[in-house]
Design a protein around this ligand. Structure first.
Ligand SMILES: *[C@@H]1O[C@H](CO)[C@@H](O)[C@H](O)[C@H]1NC(C)=O
Length: 375
């Protein structure tokens, strides 16, 4: 263990959380192999996580329609956060639709997307989807009589930088981390580039502060500026780090990335969702990663890995078993992106004694469905 300076932040932005004496401890570390970043559970309470998938902020900002979708997405998140009061939020990729964002101001939309979580004093982590750094696509209507809408450049950028160049994964992540003490996101090891959102967090229980309750692994499944894939280097990184921090597989592990792996195709329900799968919509084909470079083989061999959570397919929200683990879709949370299926959020609840992981989907209108036990 490296020597590191700990600092504990008492979240004081929300009276409710203050009352519950909710602490987040962040430890700064220079050793990337040791997941010093951790979240602490509340005494005697289960640990609850809300997954916000496919928000797609910043769509068609030059129309009235686009900004309205972002307002609607904020309403979905606010409703879920107020009904479930989770301890933690995972932004599961496609936070923004960068192919609609002409200049390097995607972080402004990213910031809007995380604002409902931040304003409630809830810590979060994010992974990238295939739209977050997608290159700008010129709309055909910009070549008609009305022409290109006026570009308002961010103050930070000089006139020259305000050209048709988007915001990179590194910049997005840097902006999130630099400006948010509640963000536990990380720019992962440089040898995993171009994948950026590769890191581990541990959830520590209040009662047993030195034994993690669960490990949360985040992986960048690519897309946008590079192929949709989890590389061999990322798979090796996962294998190495999980064996190092959890050698005997004693601590349960949960995995988060954006694009379903090919294994999701193998377990996908054909028409209706039937046991052992659990879910409510099965409206499209699994749009899987382009290649399988080894991560799934490693995951199925680790008894501690309980489930993988992905977004990407807005018309799917099921969980199906795959070997000893579960492959789950989140639920389309945003009003941006394709599809008009009702919006919601997959919730995870981790109980300590006896240990269990359960999950359900909380809809924007407050209803709940698709409850499933994942451990
Ligand atoms: C980002 O820049 C575009 C182009 O100038 C502008 O239309 C949009 O309002 C900007 N977004 C934000 C959130 O400021």
């Amino acid at each position: 263990m490296p020597t590191s300076s700990y600092f504990t932040i008492l979240s004081n932005s929300c009276l409710v959380l203050l009352f519950q004496a909710f602490f987040i401890s962040i430890a700064a570390s220079s050793d990337r192999h040791t997941p010093e970043n951790h979240i602490r559970t509340r005494a005697g309470a289960p640990f609850k996580v809300a997954l916000f998938a496919d928000l797609h902020f910043g769509e068609n900002a030059w129309t009235d329609w686009g900004p309205k979708q972002d307002v609607n997405s904020i309403k979905v998140m606010s409703s879920v956060l107020d009904t479930e009061t989770p301890d933690f939020v995972v932004y599961l990729g496609d936070v923004v639709t960068a192919n609609n964002i002409p200049i390097a101001n995607a972080s402004l939309y990213w910031d809007q997307a995380i604002s409902p979580t931040r304003s409630r004093g809830i810590p979060w982590a994010s992974v990238f989807g295939n739209h977050d750094d997608a290159p700008f696509e010129w709309p055909m209507e910009w070549f008609a009589a009305s022409g290109i809408p006026q570009l308002v450049c961010p103050v930070l950028n000089s006139g020259e930088e305000c050209s048709f160049r988007g915001t990179s994964r590194l910049e997005l992540m840097k902006n999130e981390m630099d400006n948010n003490v509640l963000s536990l996101s990380k720019s992962g090891p440089q040898d995993l580039w171009p994948g950026i959102s590769n890191y581990v967090l541990q959830v520590l229980s209040k009662e047993k502060p030195h034994t993690p309750l669960v490990y949360l692994y985040f992986l960048d499944s690519g897309g946008g500026t590079y192929p949709e894939v989890i590389s061999t280097a990322q798979a090796d990184w996962f294998k190495h780090i999980s064996e190092e921090i959890n050698p005997d597989s004693r601590v349960p592990e949960l995995i988060f990335w954006h694009i379903p792996s090919k294994a999701y195709k193998k377990v996908a329900p054909k028409f209706r969702i039937h046991k052992p799968c659990v879910g409510s919509i099965n409206k499209e084909k699994v749009a899987a990663q382009e290649a399988e470079m080894g991560i799934m083989k490693i995951l199925v061999k680790r008894p501690s890995v309980k489930a993988v959570f992905v977004g990407h397919n807005h018309g799917l929200d099921w969980c199906c078993p795959y070997g000893q683990l579960w492959l789950c879709f989140a639920r389309h949370t945003g009003y941006g992106g394709y599809g008009n299926w009702a919006r919601g959020s997959r919730i995870l609840e981790i109980n300590e004694r006896p240990f269990s992981i359960s999950s359900w989907i909380r809809m924007e209108d407050g209803s709940v469905h698709s409850e499933v036990i994942l451990s």
